[in-house]
Design a protein around this ligand. Structure first.
Ligand code: NDP
Length: 240
């Protein structure tokens, strides 16, 4: 039987591509979503991936949700922290709730989910954790101090947890996507998007599948020597 994989935000956009690819590769997948029941139901009927609904920003909800997944499918061996939101505003206009919600959903969720599944990974001496960061956490972005701080935090979180897991067979890596054609990016005004695409050397937006392929590579059993790294998948838009 395939390993058990849990993907947060796994029913739409990048997460849907990740969950679908994992399922096709033989993993037993749980995809977590928050509010869009329609998208989740459509994804489930299209792919056969099991879907679960909870708020990854809520620690108790993560604990309860992971317990349900464990009893339905088994202990989580592969965790992809992909759920994310934006609440853009320049700092002088940003409200405290916009700051907090983005930090809690993008970064707090990594703590919540890792914390509730890592004990079983430690016991079994196997785990694969991939956290989805962002080019905007690496380079910053106007109007996104909340999102850039959260995504930048993910990169530090990844390197610290990688050190804790290294001797226990648990790898922890991050993927930093550039601009990928999903609902999140479709919300960007067309004229702004045109300028963004003009700045991507490869000449196109990323596809969700570009990120899924990278995650699949990192979670493979054979990828046990790759930990604490961030793979940038951005069409050459930001190199460092
Ligand atoms: P989408 O907005 O298309 O999908 C987001 C997914 O996350 C949905 O499944 C959503 O559930 C889920 N989600 C959001 N909040 C919560 C929550 N509190 N609890 C549980 N699930 C939640 O996003 P993308 O696919 O574009 O982005 C995926 C990840 O990639 C994010 O972390 C994003 O920051 C990152 N990223 C995206 C880039 C892009 O260009 N698209 C670029 C760089 C990074 P529901 O369907 O119920 O709303």
């Amino acid at each position: 039987m395939g390993r058990v994989a849990l993907v947060t935000g796994g029913t739409r956009g990048i997460g849907a591509a990740i969950s679908g690819s994992l399922k096709k590769s033989g993993y037993r997948v749980a995809a977590v979503y928050h509010g869009n029941d329609e998208a989740a139901a459509a994804f489930k009927s299209e792919t056969g991936v099991a879907v679960y609904k909870w708020d990854v920003a809520d620690y108790e909800a993560c604990k309860a949700g992971a317990a349900v997944v464990e009893s339905d499918i088994g202990p989580v061996e592969v965790l992809v922290n992909n759920a994310g939101i934006t609440r853009d505003a320049t700092l002088h206009r940003m409200r405290a709730d916009q700051w907090q919600m983005v930090l809690d959903t993008n970064l707090g969720s990594c703590f919540n989910m890792c914390n509730v599944v890592i004990e079983k990974m430690r016991q079994s001496k196997f785990g694969r954790i991939v956290n989805i960061g962002s080019i905007n956490g690496q380079a910053g972005q106007y109007g996104q101090v909340n999102y850039a701080a959260a995504k930048s935090g993910i990169h530090g979180f990844t390197k610290a947890l990688a050190q804790e897991g290294a001797k226990l067979g648990i790898t922890v890596n991050a993927v930093a996507p550039g601009y990928v054609d999903t609902d999140m990016v479709r919300a960007v005004p067309e004229n702004v998007l045109e300028k963004i695409v003009a700045g991507i050397p490869v000449g196109r937006l990323g596809r969700a599948e570009d990120i899924a392929r990278t995650v699949l590579f990192l979670v493979a059993d054979e990828a046990d020597f790759i930990t604490g790294s961030t793979l940038s998948v951005n069409g050459g838009q930001h190199m460092y």
